[in-house]
Design a protein around this ligand. Structure first.
Ligand SMILES: Nc1ncnc2c1ncn2[C@@H]1O[C@H](COP(=O)(O)OP(=O)(O)OP(=O)(O)O)[C@@H](O)[C@H]1O
Ligand SMILES: [Mg+2]
Length: 267
């Protein structure tokens, strides 16, 4: 499962490069990394080739959640040892209808990045454009917080997926993230996911309150990507380092993910 591989040739000439989705939240621990891996899986099952990039350079853990040991990572890229293309690790056989995808890991055990300079982040962000012609969807799993490196990655993406929970602190941090991006000149209209919701109706209500605040104070309406139920099968599958739909073919949380992918694809 690990090891760099040559990027596949695009099967047909693509008319446009893959859109880049940044998965961000402000608040930590709301489910960004798990949602990023599940969106990559669900895009694959829907017939779209996905690339997931772990942009949480300080505490990278996509590879840990997936139980893979990548031999290449963005560390090599930012230090100039490898081109981004050579840093790809195929997950579950690589992009395909079985739910596989490609990963650019945050670290390979070759040493944590520690403090990452903003120009190094800019280098990775700029390198992403070279990869988009090879994929249908590119997903960036961002770190928590709203520091300049996180915002730089968010600005590299044309689409923003804001993850929040029903907790007021998660909502205010998500709001702060989009407000800062707007202050920096971004005109992005975020998709919002309400994760760990008690149920879909409550998740929608939380979104409506968030949307009202954005509309009133920032002058735009975010879009509702969907709610994901709190589901004990999620931590169970993470502990087992096995993708949720493989470990639990029937789960509310993965059903919610499929619904979200349909919404994103329709929008
Ligand atoms: N829908 C859900 N139902 C139950 N538990 C969930 C759900 N989504 C995420 N979790 C749990 O929340 C924990 C945090 O998830 P994750 O690591 O993806 O968050 P994160 O936002 O990426 O965190 P960080 O900010 O540290 O990067 C996971 O251990 C997972 O078990
Ligand atoms: Mg994370």
């Amino acid at each position: 499962m690990s090891g760099a591989h040559a990027l596949p040739e695009p099967p047909v000439p693509r008319t446009r490069a893959a859109p880049i989705y940044a998965v961000a939240s402000g608040k930590g621990g709301v489910g960004k990394t798990w949602i990023s891996t599940m969106l990559s899986t669900a895009f694959g099952r829907a017939g779209q080739r996905a690339l997931l990039v772990d942009c949480d350079l300080g505490l990278a853990n996509v590879d840990v959640q997936l139980g893979v040991r990548p031999q290449a990572d963005v560390h090599s890229v930012v230090r100039g040892f490898l081109e981004l293309e050579s840093a790809v690790t195929p997950i579950m056989g690589g992009p395909g209808r079985n739910g596989g995808f490609d990963l650019i890991a945050g670290h390979s055990g070759s040493g944590a990045l520690g403090a990452v300079k903003l120009e190094e982040v800019a280098r990775i962000a700029n390198g992403l454009n070279k990869l988009t012609p090879h994929y249908d969807r590119v997903i960036l799993d961002l770190a928590a917080g709203i520091d300049p490196t996180v915002l730089r990655f968010a600005r590299a993406a044309e689409r923003l997926i804001l993850v929040t929970t029903e907790e007021p602190t998660a909502l205010t941090d998500a709001y702060a993230m989009v407000k800062l991006l707007r202050l920096q000149g971004s005109s992005v209209v975020p998709w919002v996911i309400v994760n760990m919701a008690e149920n879909r109706v409550k998740g929608r209500k939380v979104f409506d309150q968030f949307a009202m605040a954005c509309n009133e104070y920032l002058g735009f309406k975010p879009r509702f990507a969907g709610a994901i139920s709190r589901d004990p099968r999620v931590p169970d599958s993470i502990r087992a380092q096995t993708p949720l739909p493989v470990r639990h073919p029937q789960s509310q949380a993965y059903e919610d993910i499929i619904r979200i992918v349909e919404t994103l694809n329709a929008g």
